[in-house]
Design a binder for this molecule. Sequence first.
Ligand code: KG4
Ligand code: ZN
Length: 340
Amino acid sequence: MKILAIETSCDETSVAVIEDGRRILANVIDSQISIHRKFGGVVPEIASRRHIEKIDEVLQEALRDSGLGLEELDAVAVTQGPGLVGALLVGVNYGKALAYGLKKPLIGVNHIDGHIAANYLAFDWLEPPFMALIVSGGHSHIVEVLDYGIYRLIGQTRDDAIGEAFDKVARTLGYGYPGGPFIDAASQKGDAEAIHFPRTYLEKDSYDFSFSGIKSAVLNYLNQLQMKGLEVVKEDVAASFQEAVVEVVVNKIIKATRVCGHDTLVVAGGVASNTRLREALTSEGEKNGLRVLFPDLSLCTDNGAMIGAAAYYQFLKNDLADLTLNGIPNLQLRTVDNLR
Ligand code: KG4
Ligand code: ZN
């Protein structure tokens, strides 16, 4: 079963070919980061235009890498949301046209489903149920993966996503875009205990997150230093911010995994590349007898392969789309609560 998968939800144009949901035959990614960097963030109109310019080329390269012709594919999958509407529409329309032209089934995939499914590519033995932490530029979720594509929502952010907090703090410190990798690198040279930023746990036993307070705390700290004419040690601010965020995330997800009775925890999304998060989760996981899995860095950020992996399990359930498929910017994860 060979699925051609398209991802254009934000600033990566990606096309992959996935065999039986687990094997990557091709995964071509054209990143627009260098284009958006000078604006300090993704400019939606520029992202859509670039997807249009690149998608044909990326598709051709993916076919070349896979050694397959279009007629050898069994289905076409595409990210239908969440994401930037203009960017989503490029992939959705391209996918619909391909599926129609080739007379192949069309599968609409939730981007977050894709991030979780990246773990099926990285760990070929992994099967639900397990616990998942999704930490990206747009999402911060704790979910129980009950079955392929079926979740129970345990917690989520009430304001900013974790990646957004990294990016905003990085911008305040004068680092480039996206900020997460800069904070990660700077932190390795800084003292994580130099400044005590607040840890936001919310109500007792809540598994929700809030990341907007810490962003303001960093801003206040920098303003105070500036008013007093004191020098800012950026590496210390980065490391102290990162430590505060990671501590809360690690404590909540480890507790949630234990309370829900799982022994395996998978981490997904761009922030899963963070060195300190990986370190802290691995060591806390060991202490608590949990297996903590992270996909390779290349599968953490947006890519078509993860969309193809998620699509395969939808195909097995005959969860297909028709040509009315549309981009849905705020598409929600399918949870047992909203299935009812
Ligand atoms: O999953 P992703 O590629 O796109 C979304 O679906 O949002 O995640 C991008 C986010 C950005 O906010 C970026 O700063 C963050 O992931 N990120 C990191 C690191 N690498 C990427 N955050 C912290 N540490 C990193 N090493
Ligand atoms: Zn993503």
